[in-house]
Design a protein around this ligand. Structure first.
Ligand code: COA
Length: 138
């Protein structure tokens, strides 16, 4: 994925229940994210249409996945699994073996997917977030 795919990926996000588009998903922020994490985020194309994406980054220590999305009519064909495998294998190639993803507790489809695919739901960690932006949806 490059910043040229931004509009198509944003559209995919907007169309997908369970995915929230935030200020942090602006074009500028996405360009910064991709620039900090080159070659780690992927899209799937059908002809010229973006039908899936997986954004991935790291902080030098742990990997992070976000926005793993497949257009409904393309689901259950292994597309998400292929995208995730690419992300994890790229992270592994730079020495990062453990990766996290945040999923809303009420996103049943996504929660089922991650558990079924070997991801461990953490009950031993509380995630705390602090927002310095006046925008509650930052
Ligand atoms: C979660 C999500 C990404 C999964 O995408 P997907 O492409 O359908 O995932 P996969 O095809 O890799 O795997 C899904 C299932 O299809 C099955 N499958 C894969 N290839 C298949 C095939 N050729 N025929 C039949 N089933 C197949 C997989 O075994 C898997 O089944 P399981 O979950 O029962 O084990 C997708 O449902 C989605 O976009 N959800 C909304 C977005 C979202 O909420 N994302 C999470 C926020 S990060």
């Amino acid at each position: 994925m490059t910043i040229e795919h931004y509009d198509a990926v944003l559209e995919l996000m907007r169309q997908t229940p369970g995915v929230t588009v935030r200020a942090a998903d602006s074009k500028q922020a996405t360009a910064r994210y991709l620039g900090r994490n080159p070659g780690l985020s992927f899209i799937t194309l059908d002809q010229h249409e973006v039908i899936a994406c997986a954004m991935c980054g790291h902080d030098g220590r742990r990997g992070y996945l976000q926005h793993v999305i497949v257009l409904p009519s393309y689901r259950k064909r292994g597309i998400a699994s292929q995208l995730v495998e690419r992300c994890l294998s790229k992270l592994e190639s730079i020495g990062i073996f453990k990766t996290h993803i945040d999923v809303f507790v009420d996103n049943d489809l996504a929660n089922q997917y991650w558990v079924k695919h070997g991801w461990v739901k953490r009950n031993d960690i509380n995630r705390y977030s602090f927002n310095r932006s006046p925008d509650v949806n930052a």
